[in-house]
Design a binder for this molecule. Structure first.
Ligand SMILES: C[S@@+](CC[C@H](N)C(=O)[O-])C[C@H]1O[C@@H](n2cnc3c(N)ncnc32)[C@H](O)[C@@H]1O
Length: 454
């Protein structure tokens, strides 16, 4: 076993040899200790021995990058993706899936204990994704044009603006890869104009065939949203026209075209009367559809357990988690910042002929205060906040009398902070389950249930 020792550091870029990585921290960095100091090492995993260079030093701990992987961890297997070592996307390709799940479960447990100061009274389980490759229904890529009008697509190398060319992405859906591959051989017109605006950003999103809109088509298709460097830039118009003529592209537009973008069916619950979920280009939508279905049905099962008459869905997006909960004897109210998402939620209500649901645009915190001031009561609250977590003021939550809160999180640290506060505010943690929406990366989602202590 190599012994950790400090090398004489150079003035600007201190380097340390033979650091043994013993753990992984949330955010995906490997953790190594040298003389009591903790190093968070990008791209390192437990079992690695590495020579590192410090990139940021905060005294008792420092960030570092690998200079040399002197002894790779036995957990490092062969990556199914030829770009994963440099594209900035998946840090954990090639690592056994069970190990990835174990680390993610540990992130949640550690955050609950250290940040939330939540007693380990509730065991944390984790559910793996139905698929570990090809699971993303949308990706953001960058493109650069060549003099002949050909395009090279790629991702930025982590922490840089260097383009790593790709012709496929192992975690993207099959149709996305077909389109990417095809576009690599297309020559677009007006290359002189196009070269001026690179590298530009573009979102490719896979959708199921739009039955009824395209006649008999059964094959999935894509929608493409192109983000020019400025809203009035016309340089990408010719590129967009070229994309429009590409087989398999259902809709393509620039961000300024989003207002005129069509409503798109992206998912349907099983059965002839299954709920139909719609979206519009540019709107938030869960990227792992199969896993989202599992989480949504768990949330429904948990909510049903409380037999609520009134459910409040905070940070509701276009109604993903709550549309299916509305019934003649149960009222659902949703609140969400994005007016566009709320417009789609309302279209989902109309198309599915849902009668007892109301979706309102605005800050969820303000909405909750309004409900509290009006004396409105809700039996169950669903909260699915962004990475920053929920708001700090819990008084309105207490005032609306929620018996249970179903907290859905994409960040264990802010979740642990919020759960800790809710527990100290009179709720009891009853259930925690982590979900892997993003295999081969360090990201983890969690569903928790808090019950009001009576
Ligand atoms: C993680 S997404 C969840 C969306 C939805 N529950 C779903 O499953 O598709 C978080 C949502 O919160 C919204 N949001 C962010 N900050 C907000 C705030 N302060 N008030 C209301 N909504 C907010 C975002 O626009 C986004 O749609």
């Amino acid at each position: 076993m190599p012994k950790n020792h400090l090398k004489i550091p150079s003035a600007n870029q201190p380097q340390i040899s033979d650091v043994v990585v013993t753990a992984v921290a949330f955010g995906g960095k490997g953790v190594g200790r040298v003389d009591g100091k903790v190093f968070f090492i990008a791209d390192a995993i437990p079992g690695d021995t590495v020579d590192i260079e410090i990139t940021a030093d905060s005294g008792r701990y420092a960030d570092a990058k690998i200079l040399r992987l002197t002894n790779p961890s036995p957990l490092r297997g062969t990556s199914p993706c030829q770009f994963s070592d440099r594209c900035g996307g998946c840090q954990w390709q090639g690592i056994p899936y069970e190990q990835q799940l174990a680390w993610k479960r540990q992130f949640v447990e550690t955050a609950l204990g250290r940040i939330g100061r939540v007693e380990a009274a509730v065991p944390v389980a984790i559910s793996g994704s139905p698929g570990t490759l090809g699971y993303r229904n949308r990706i953001f890529v960058r493109g650069v044009f060549a003099a002949d009008g050909g395009v090279t697509f790629g991702y930025f190398r982590r922490g840089s603006r260097d383009l790593v060319p790709i012709d496929r992405c192992a975690i993207a859906g099959g149709t996305i890869n077909q389109i990417l591959n095809h576009l690599g051989s297309v020559r677009f017109s007006r290359p002189e104009a196009l070269r001026a605006v690179t590298p530009y950003r573009m979102e490719i999103q896979e959708i199921s065939a739009q039955l009824g809109l395209l006649g008999t088509g059964q094959d999935p298709q894509v929608i493409i949203t192109v983000y020019p460097p400025s809203p009035d830039c016309r340089d990408l118009d010719a590129f967009v026209d070229g994309l429009r003529a590409t087989p398999g592209v259902f809709w393509v537009g620039l961000i300024r075209d989003l207002k005129a973008a069509p409503l798109i069916l992206f998912e349907q619950d099983p059965g002839p009367n299954g709920l139909r979920y719609h979206t519009r280009p540019g709107q938030f939508q869960q990227v792992n559809v199969a896993h989202n279905r599992i989480v949504r049905s768990l949330v429904h099962e948990l909510v049903e357990g409380y037999k609520p008459a009134r459910v409040l869905d905070l940070f509701c997006g276009s109604g993903n988690l709550s549309l299916g909960l509305a019934r003649s004897d149960r009222y659902v109210e949703g609140s969400e910042f994005s007016e566009a998402a709320i417009a789609t939620a309302r279209e989902n209500v109309r198309i599915n002929k849902i009668t007892n649901a109301l979706y309102l645009a605005g800050s969820s915190e303000k909405h909750l205060w309004k409900c509290a001031k009006k004396g409105e009561q809700f039996d169950v609250v669903i909260a699915d906040p962004p990475r920053e977590g929920m708001f700090k003021d819990l008084i309105p939550l207490q005032k609306i009398g929620a018996k249970a809160i179903i907290y859905v999180s994409c960040d264990p640290a802010t979740m642990a902070r919020d759960l800790g506060a809710l527990i100290r505010g009179g709720y009891q943690l009853k259930f925690v389950r982590a979900f892997d929406f993003f295999p081969n990366t360090w990201h983890v989602e969690t569903v928790s249930v808090l019950e009001k202590v009576v």
